[in-house]
Structure formats: C-alpha cells, structure tokens
Design a protein around this ligand. Structure first.
Ligand code: ZN
Length: 443
C-alpha cells in the first residue's frame, strides 16, 4: 500500500540505518529491510521509534486528573485518594464513560501510545445495576472509534479485604461473582471489534480469593493475557503477610503457574526472592511511574530487575499525565534519587537509558496486551513515532542521544505519531466538546 524510508529507526534488536518498510492493506509491516537504498516513490522520514503499548489504564480517572491535589487529612495517602476516586467512579454512566475514553484515548495516540490495556472494573450500569455490559461496551466502542488498539481486561472484584469481608456500599458497581464474571467475559468476547483482544483480570489478591482465581482460570484460561494488581501498597503487602504468611508475589507463585502471559501490575514492593520469581517466570512487571509517584506508592527496584533481565511494561494508569517519555523519565529519576546514583537503566544490550527503557517497555507492553504491537517489525501494526530532527535540540545529535534527549530534555520537541502508516490527526473538535460537556456534568 505504502513504502516509507527511515534514515534511522529503532527496531526490536536496536538502532538501524536506511530502513525501508512496506505497509500492507491490513495495516501491517509486510517488509522491514535495513541498509537499503531509498526509491524515489518512498516517503522519507529522518528518525523513527516504535509507538508504546500502554499496559495499564483506568480511563475514567482521566476526568479527575488534577482534582485530588489537596489535603484531606494529616496523612493523605493512596487510601484517602481512593475514597475520592470511588466517589467519582460512582457518578459516571456509560455515555459519560464513552466520551471520557474517546478523549483520553485520543490523547494517548497523540502522545505516542498505539494500544491500551483497559483494566475495567465499573461493571454495573449507573441506573440499571443488573446490566454489567454497558460500561464495557462504551470502552470497546470508544477505542474502536478513536483507532487505538484495545485489550479489554474485565476485572473480577469480589471482596473488600483478604479476610473475605464484603464490598462496601461505594464498591457495589464493581461486584461480580465468578459465574457472573465468566458469563460477562464470554459475552464481551463476542462483541469485540476485529482489532481488539481480551484478557483475564483479577483486581488484586486482597479483592479476589485464591479459590475464585482458580475457578476463573479453569474456565477461561487459553493463553490470553492475565493481569492482577500485585503489590502497590505496603499496607496491602502487610495485610497479605498477616493472613497467609506469604508476601503477595510469593502467594501468587505458590498457587499458580505464573508464566509470560501474566502481567503483575504495580510490582512495586518486592524483596529479592520475589524479584527472582518474576524474572525467572518471564512474567511482566507492570510499572506506572507517574501514577505511582502521584499516589506516593513507593519505588520499584528497577536496578536489580534490569540486572536479572526482567520484563517490564509502562502504563499511564490514573492518567495524571499521558506521556510515555515522561513515564520513563520519572522511572529512571526515582531510582537516581533513591540510590544516589546515575544511569540505572542500562545494560549490555543498550548503554543509553532512553534506548534501553523504550525498547524494553515496548516488548513488555506487547506481551501484556498480546496485540501485534511489538514495534517496527514484520507482521506488526505499522505504527511509529517520527521525530523532527531539525529541532534545535536535536540537529547535532546521534540517534541514541536523540531518544535520551526526548526523555530527559524535551521541551516540546515535535514528535508525530503514525498509526497504520498514516499520521494521527489532531484531537477532533467533537471529541473535545463532548469531553468538556461530560466534565461539566460531573462537577
Ligand atoms: Zn490500576
């Protein structure tokens, strides 16, 4: 359908020069050849990198970004933020969710994400609590209409604590039993668009019992992605240790055959044994650096994880900001502040932090969503980010320095996302207008 010639491109095995690609009628790369000569009919671009999979999203939270930055008590924490978030979640209907998702997914495309895993737990319709599909259908439609590839993760959420205590009043819209979950999963699977995928999802080890996880996996597990919040908060870790004498990752591995299909969301608080379990299993550790910083979650042990060749993915989660470059900046900076060292994310594969973190996050994100978004490679979606190397900050730089500059020294350097071989348009006026009206009705 279309040929492009990239003077420099970041491929899964590293930077390459003079890359000629062909986009086929299905929007996939049907050829990616290196060290080529350009043809006169080729579309020429200077420097491109792959788009980023966004492995973790609660899209409705975009509508409350910036609204919780005030004191509610002497010890504001994740838990006091969660109370505010629940109040917000409880007002949103399917139509409002659709408009919020259209806006946030459009922002993701502009920022360089081309796919999203939606960790979706507001199941029950606002007015008809027996309807558990409407909210998911709003997400499915929004992702399709905007053009972002979706892995829908309907969440099983059954209890308030690991002791089995029931969900409280404000959590009732999340509630499903295992039979309801399995029925919903099978029904939604039939209503996806061809470019979409689904995965199994458990809220956390505190919100779902081991028996319930087993029941669902026995019925539904055929090798699709499996996501779970694993150890975001120290209070959560302590609660699980108190009840089981095991830390969350230990508990999960004790009961389940955790493999590369598993994505452990917010694998923030890990001891040495848990790091080893995750890296040896090839499961992905999901990190949301900006949200984790915003919520005061803690610092992921990136240095040890990288040394053991662990797989990681990044997500914008609460969407306090939507920007994969800044996610990686915060990820690296949090380590530097914590360890009082520089250049943490570096290994024999890539000495430069930008190249190392970007490519590792693309590959981990791809595993987490199981969509054809593993970067600039044959049979993957023809998506990429083109960087304006004429910008004053970049003209004198090598390609690895360009990506480092985008992550650490970016002051509005133009980068254009291409989706299925075409430039992503500016945010549509209708989407923006609907979003504004939705916010107005929610505040
Ligand atoms: Zn989450």
């Amino acid at each position: 359908m279309k040929n492009y010639f990239f003077k420099q491109a970041l491929l899964p095995d590293g930077w390459q020069s003079n890359v000629r690609i062909h986009v086929d009628a299905n929007g996939l790369f049907s050829a990616v050849d290196t060290n080529c000569k350009a043809k006169s009919s080729d579309n020429m671009l200077d420097c491109v990198i792959p788009t980023m999979p966004n492995y973790h999203s609660h899209v409705f939270q975009r509508a409350m970004a910036g609204l919780t930055e005030y004191k509610t008590s002497d010890n504001d924490s994740f838990w006091s933020w969660r109370d505010l978030m629940y109040q917000y979640a409880n007002q949103i209907d399917a139509d409002q969710l659709y408009h919020i998702a259209c806006y946030a997914y459009s922002e993701m495309l502009q920022a360089g994400y081309s796919s999203v895993c939606e960790f979706h737990y507001i199941h029950r319709d606002l007015s008809d609590r027996n309807n558990t599909e409407n909210m998911s259908l709003a997400i499915i439609k929004a992702a399709h209409d905007v053009g972002i590839a979706l892995t829908l993760l309907p969440v099983l959420y059954t209890q308030a604590h690991i002791d089995g205590s029931p969900l409280n009043e404000i959590q009732q819209r999340f509630k499903l039993n295992t039979d309801e979950y399995i029925e919903l999963y099978r029904s939604l699977e039939k209503q996806l668009y061809p470019e979409q995928n689904m995965g199994i999802c458990f809220h956390s080890l505190r919100a779902v019992s081991i028996e319930q996880i087993k029941t669902v996996l026995d019925e539904l597990n055929v090798g699709q992605p499996i996501h779970i919040h694993i150890s975001e908060q120290t209070a959560e870790v302590e609660q699980i240790v108190e009840h089981t004498n095991m830390r969350p990752v230990e508990l999960l591995f004790h009961h389940f055959d955790v493999n590369k299909n598993w994505c452990l969301v917010h694998a923030t608080h890990l001891n040495d044994k848990e790091i080893k379990l995750i890296t040896q299993s090839k499961a992905t550790a999901g990190i949301c650096p900006m949200t984790e910083a915003n919520l005061g979650d803690g610092v992921f042990p990136l240095s040890q994880f990288v040394k053991q060749n662990g797989r990681l993915a990044i997500g914008s989660d609460s969407h306090i900001l939507i920007n994969p470059f800044q996610e990686l900046q915060i990820l690296e900076y949090s380590q530097r502040l914590h360890l009082q060292q520089r250049v943490i994310a570096s290994n024999s594969y890539a000495q430069n932090v930008g190249t190392m973190l970007w490519n590792q996050s693309v590959q981990g994100g791809n595993l987490s969503c199981q969509l054809p978004v593993a970067g600039i490679a044959k049979n993957q979606q023809a998506n990429w980010i083109s960087i304006d190397t004429c910008h004053a900050m970049l003209t004198h730089l090598t390609r690895v320095q360009i990506l480092d500059t985008l992550i650490f020294a970016n002051n509005q350097i133009p980068a254009q996302t291409y989706l299925i071989g075409e430039k992503v348009n500016q945010l549509s006026g209708i989407i923006e207008e609907n979003y504004k009206n939705t916010l107005k009705s929610l505040r």
